[in-house]
Design a protein around this ligand. Sequence first.
Ligand SMILES: C[S@@+](CC[C@H](N)C(=O)[O-])C[C@H]1O[C@@H](n2cnc3c(N)ncnc32)[C@H](O)[C@@H]1O
Length: 210
Amino acid sequence: MSTMKPGTWAYAEEFPLEPEVIETARRRGGELGCTPVSPGTGAALSMLAAAVAARAVVEIGTGAGTSGLWLLRGMPADGVLTTIDIEPEHQRAAKQAYAEAGIASQRTRTISGSALEVLPRLADGAYDLVLVDGDKPEYPQYVEQAVRLLRRGGVLAIDNMLWHDRVADPAVRDQTTVVLRDLGKQLRDDERLVVSLLPVGDGLLTAVKR
Ligand SMILES: C[S@@+](CC[C@H](N)C(=O)[O-])C[C@H]1O[C@@H](n2cnc3c(N)ncnc32)[C@H](O)[C@@H]1O
């Protein structure tokens, strides 16, 4: 059992220095109702993108651009973020955030549409990192696509895998919680992946494709 105290969790979550431009994007995301990644999660995403020198990244769930900005910070200067969202209003906010952060336009490819329609059009093994942060019930299908898209050694990152403390409580059996709990266990046992569930933010499941 963990002996970590709430103060320790809060300290770790507030530890990253969140740039003002990302804080602004995070606030806008909250206002638009597309819950942004937390600073702790964002810092982990930057680190993962830097660790694999991610030049080609796919993001499922653009939101107002918070996670995209953290990813771009960790990617090499010529890295391209391909980001998918079904809500044009969210992508407009994200484009504004990228512009405010001084991101060159050729470094982001925003695709408007349903992730399950867009993902099959992307090439096998062509991506260094995939972030899953779209519609929760569709996560299992996103993940199958993500594993196909990743090169060997590429990183899969999935947000909300602890789902508001619900996944850890076996008594909670609503549909979204069960989908995410089962998916986590399925990925843990997947021979194609090396997995770690990081308790940052709302839970970031990370995996490297063998
Ligand atoms: C949690 S928010 C993403 C937050 C974003 N990653 C960030 O940190 O700012 C989820 C996003 O997924 C989008 N979304 C929901 N269903 C989708 C679908 N079927 N296909 C693509 N995007 C979807 C929503 O419009 C929303 O912007």
